[in-house]
Design a protein around this ligand. Structure first.
Ligand code: ATP
Ligand code: LTN
Length: 336
């Protein structure tokens, strides 16, 4: 809670490449709408991204692109704190302390760790296993009340809660225990090629994901190739028609129409027409974001100003918590 009684929101996305429609609908889109009611803190979590090998020049580029995307999606640096995780050293420092109360068994069980270990067998590094502890540190440093994320992050949020409670019990109340905020619709957008897998930035099949940078023709082509079923009815049923239900969810979120309205709109029209309209709706949503992002990326001075001010505000808040933590664990404060 801030001094003026606003709850604190924290969230982040990794600058690991192309942001997908899943990242947008499941996470970033919801952030903009929270800025008036909450004190929001949004980070480009670059420390997390190197748990999977990155090219340094690419990482720098993706980081600035993601920052510009946050702003293009309506994150307002006048209202919210926007910063790069690596600009606030307290994230890595608190992660170290939390590491000493996190158990190997807990981290070993994490679904994302197991998935990513399978995908990157040549690089099962300690950072990959430690990823959720760093994420807990991100959240707990700001005394966060609410964390808006997609469904896949729920398990990591549980760990952040567990670590907060464990620290509070072992020492004395220090951290707010955060709540996840998972949107009812869009929390798990599925792959266009396999409705049982989530849409992911790192999918090898590029037809599986819509990227926020995709142009009109690419969006149309990907939806045209999207898997459906042998039926012809545009109807929502997760058990009987998972692929079509996923497309309906996307259409509903992009147009603001309810699922029932969408079903009615395509009653008797078949998948061809539905897919064309869907592609149009997605492109209409992406176009203004792409235009704003391109303009912002040309204004390096402005982006740097946002980063400088964001880092100052974030450092102030994070250091306050870190100092409390250091005191509680028994570190002698530096002599000034
Ligand atoms: P990767 O595929 O590289 O693991 P990712 O696509 O999962 O990455 P993250 O940076 O890990 O992306 O996630 C950013 C945010 O987007 C998180 O809040 C996450 O829950 C959300 N998110 C990711 N994929 C989806 C999806 N398919 N549907 C809804 N939300 C998603
Ligand atoms: N692990 C998250 C990204 C992330 C995050 C956070 C989200 C890192 N730190 C703190 C919310 C709060 C993911 O989406 N893969």
């Amino acid at each position: 809670m801030t001094p003026d009684g606003k709850k604190i929101v924290f969230s982040g996305v990794q600058p690991t490449g192309n942001i997908t429609l899943g990242n947008y609908l499941g996470a970033i889109r919801n952030w903009g709408a929270m800025q008036d009611e909450y004190q929001c803190i949004f980070s480009v979590v670059d420390l997390h991204s190197i748990t999977v090998a990155q090219q340094p020049a690419e990482l720098r580029k993706h980081t600035m692109e993601l920052l510009a995307l946050y702003l293009a999606c309506g994150i307002d640096p006048e209202k919210s704190i926007v910063f790069l995780q690596s600009h606030v050293h307290a994230h890595a420092e608190l992660a170290w302390v939390l590491d000493t109360i996190a158990y190997i068994g807990e981290l070993n069980r994490m679904t994302q760790f197991k998935d990513k270990s399978r995908k990157h067998q040549d690089n099962i590094n300690m950072g990959l296993m430690n990823y959720p502890v760093l994420m807990a540190s991100d959240i707990l440093l700001y005394q966060t009340d609410v964390v808006p994320v997609g469904k896949d992050q729920k398990q990591h949020l549980e760990l952040a809660r567990t670590l907060a409670e464990r620290f509070n019990n072992r020492y004395s109340p220090t951290f707010v225990v955060p709540e996840p905020y998972i949107a009812k619709q869009g929390a798990k957008i599925m792959s266009l090629q396999n409705p049982s897998a989530k849409m992911s930035k790192s999918d090898e099949n590029e037809n599986a994901s819509i990227f926020l940078t995709d142009d009109v023709a690419t969006v149309a082509r990907k939806f045209k190739r999207a898997v459906t079923d042998s039926d012809t009815q545009v109807r929502y049923s997760l058990s009987e028609k998972p692929a079509v239900s996923n497309l309906l969810t996307i259409y509903s979120l992009c147009t603001g129409k309810t699922i029932a309205q969408c079903e009615k709109e395509f009653d008797g029209l078949g998948y061809g027409v539905f897919k064309e309209k869907l592609a149009q709706a997605v492109s209409d949503l992406l176009k203004p974001i792409q235009e704003k992002q391109a303009l912002l990326l040309k204004d390096k001075a402005y982006l740097e100003k946002v980063l400088k001010e964001g880092a100052e505000k974030a450092n102030y808040l994070a250091n306050k918590t870190l100092q409390k933590v250091y005191k509680k664990v028994g570190f002698v404060p530096p002599i000034r």
